[in-house]
Design a protein around this ligand. Sequence first.
Ligand SMILES: *[C@@H]1O[C@H](CO)[C@@H](O)[C@H](O)[C@H]1NC(C)=O
Ligand SMILES: *[C@@H]1O[C@H](CO)[C@@H](O)[C@H](O)[C@H]1NC(C)=O
Ligand SMILES: *[C@@H]1O[C@H](CO)[C@@H](O)[C@H](O)[C@H]1NC(C)=O
Length: 472
Amino acid sequence: MSLFCWLAMVAFIPMTLSTEPGVKVRLTAKGLEYGRQLGMASLQEKLKTIRVPDFSGKERVSGIGKVRYSLSNIVITSVGLPTSAVNLVPGTGVKMSISGAFISLRGNWRVKYLFIRDSGSFDLDVKDLSISASIAISSDATGHPAVSSANCAANVGSAKVKFHGGASWLYNLFSKYINKALRSAMEKQICPLVTKAVSDMNPRLQTLNVLARVDKHAEIEYSMVSSPSVTTSFIDLNLKGEFYNIGNHQEPPFSPKAISLPPQVNNMVYISLSTYTANSAGFVYNRAGILSQDVTDDMIPRFSPIRLNTRTFGVFIPEIARRFPGLMMKLVVKAAKDPVVTFEPDNMTVNVTGTVTAYAIQPNATLSSLFVLNLETSVSARVFLSGMRLGGAVTLNKFDLTMGTSSVGEFQVKSLNSIFEMVLNEEVIPALNVQLAKGYPLPALRNMNLLNTRLQILKDNILIGTDVQFTG
Ligand SMILES: *[C@@H]1O[C@H](CO)[C@@H](O)[C@H](O)[C@H]1NC(C)=O
Ligand SMILES: *[C@@H]1O[C@H](CO)[C@@H](O)[C@H](O)[C@H]1NC(C)=O
Ligand SMILES: *[C@@H]1O[C@H](CO)[C@@H](O)[C@H](O)[C@H]1NC(C)=O
């Protein structure tokens, strides 16, 4: 590698290693509790699938000699997981512990001793079953969250076998051997099932929309940029949260700032969307060249006395009336820079620096440029949720017009304020709101619904507090 290449690489390292997320998803203790309920329901189903194989053995019973026994058709009749807990382990993941669980089984027994044959059924009650396992949470190679279990331990506290039918003096002699054999057969199967129950969560986690399509221009990347942060009270997933042009991922000239979330715990999940995410949207749409709108007279309400023609404008700029009499006009309102979004408590503002170009439309449809004005606008935005999408609507706060270039001489820009206020309020902003109302997809897993949702605008981010529910 040449020195130049090496220097170039070193220069780029701080950028490529920037792992501040644009979006943070926080799972609170309440969210973890919902996860525990789902996990226990899944584990309970898994434990019902325990298969205890038929088995047989011989034991030397003192005073009697060799007794052969066999157990068959062993089935689980019930499983209960009454007490369980999941606790956060800072830096790693969660620790799951189950205590006082029970499993009941039923089967048939058969005994052979010399010429004596006897048989019947039995019930086995496994009680005080305890299971503990660590669940590590990480990010997989494609930026999806992933879980795995480690250090699983299962312990059967007591197991009680009750035989039915046959001669009790006989089976009581060796019930402790059977008891032990059944216990170890059970213990051996529990941890593999726990591991399976944990890894079965991964297909669902894989449904995180790491590349969420917005529209024909943009997509949002929600892949994880770093390992989850696990503290004693929450798990934070750090997502990229960046808009990109579809098929042309170009980084904007700004980077995310650290997001700090308020210590809210009433909802299961908090999703924080930063200024970075919002500004990356502005960067992408401006780059796509679509932050532009044409306004023509047919778009102006019929009852309006203000018309987009050289007669109306000629009142303020006499040279227009003189040089372009009796023509219709067209205005092109266009962003000149990437819009700047600001989040302050309860206030989302978007500032756009742009231009307004006015044209006279010649009878042969050629456009004659009349003037270009510089436009500074500030709009207030309201945001709302619609399903799994975040929509918005803006209203005009303020705008300021200054002279850019003119081919119709000098004129008082301020005299056109009421015309442009109407154009912005009646045409440009409503058209923008139609787009904003379509909404932007939030990070989500398949079959996830939001409920008890609360949306707040805080300093530097929008915070969505929500409970979640999976339907299937
Ligand atoms: C939000 O802040 C902007 C500028 O900081 C201000 O012009 C606007 O009136 C505020 N909007 C609301 C709804 O308070
Ligand atoms: C259209 O009309 C204008 C004004 O009369 C003239 O300057 C221009 O050359 C015409 N353009 C074409 C393509 O005919
Ligand atoms: C946006 O515009 C408003 C009104 O002109 C101004 O008060 C505010 O400082 C601007 N914000 C940014 C980030 O430029």
